[in-house]
Design a binder for this molecule. Structure first.
Ligand code: 13P
Length: 246
């Protein structure tokens, strides 16, 4: 039952927002009243600033992290440092990381382990491309991403985000039925094949063109526990409306 699960509206700001926009945003949401967790993932370079400007009810996270705490990994962001900055969570396996930076299951598994070791909550992203959906491979793809990325991980601190690649930044949202079917499948798969917390307790978020206008319908599905939101999380008014409508 959804009522037992935590619900989230997570803003993934990607490589957007300058310091002026961040200051304005965090000021505007400082008195947000919401039943959902209010989490924001700015660029890693802005985590420190966000920690200083945010109010208590907002949690800050990273959009990615390295698979090791330290070493010769030029340009990477250590999960240990992300934790030291005060961040609460990290997004791992976003489709932009998988496709633009060729991050595969094995690396994502290692990143997840390291992030959890550093007591960061992991928002683990999975999702199929349009080609895979048209070839009726949605369940196969989701199963393989879950099994390879999270195989023996035994933790309460993992949230799943189902983000169909064809819905990200396109304005095309999965219908509540499409998203709901995928979420139901994911929950069943976790139950049978993974060691995460009880599948009924695991929050599964939907991402891909979520807006204040469609969040209510999406979240009315019993298996959808919130949104991982890109474009519509950038402006404070829109982020506040997402919370109000969810
Ligand atoms: P949009 O909400 O802009 O489609 O982005 C979704 C996303 O990638 C969130 O991680």
């Amino acid at each position: 039952m959804k009522t037992n699960r935590e619900t989230y509206i997570i803003g993934n700001w990607k490589m957007n927002q300058d310091l002026g926009a961040i200051t304005h945003f965090l000021d505007e949401v400082s008195d947000l009243k919401t039943e959902h967790h209010a989490w924001i993932a700015p660029q890693a370079l802005h985590i420190d600033k966000c920690m200083k400007l945010k109010s208590e009810h907002i949690q800050i996270g990273a959009q990615n992290c390295a698979h090791e705490d330290s070493g010769a990994f030029t340009g990477e962001n250590s999960p240990k440092t992300i934790k030291e900055l005060g961040a609460h969570f990290v997004i791992i396996g976003h489709s932009e990381r998988r496709s633009l930076y060729s991050e595969g299951d094995e690396l994502l598994y290692k990143k997840t382990l390291k992030a959890l070791e550093n007591e960061l909550v992991v928002v683990f992203c999975i999702g199929e491309t349009l080609e895979q959906r048209e070839a009726n491979k949605v369940e196969e793809v989701l199963a393989s991403q879950l099994l390879n990325g999270l195989r023996d991980i035994d933790s309460k601190n993992v949230i799943i985000a189902y983000e169909p690649v064809w819905a990200i930044g396109t304005g095309v949202t999965a219908s509540p039925e499409q998203a709901g079917d995928a979420h139901k499948f994911i929950r069943g798969f976790i139950d049978k094949n993974l060691k995460l917390e009880d599948a009924q307790e695991t929050s599964i978020l939907y991402g891909g063109s979520v807006k204040p206008e469609n969040i209510e319908e999406l979240m009315s599905h019993e298996d959808i526990d919130g949104g991982l939101v890109g474009g519509a999380s950038l402006k404070p008014d829109s982020y506040i409306m997402l919370h109000k409508n969810a």
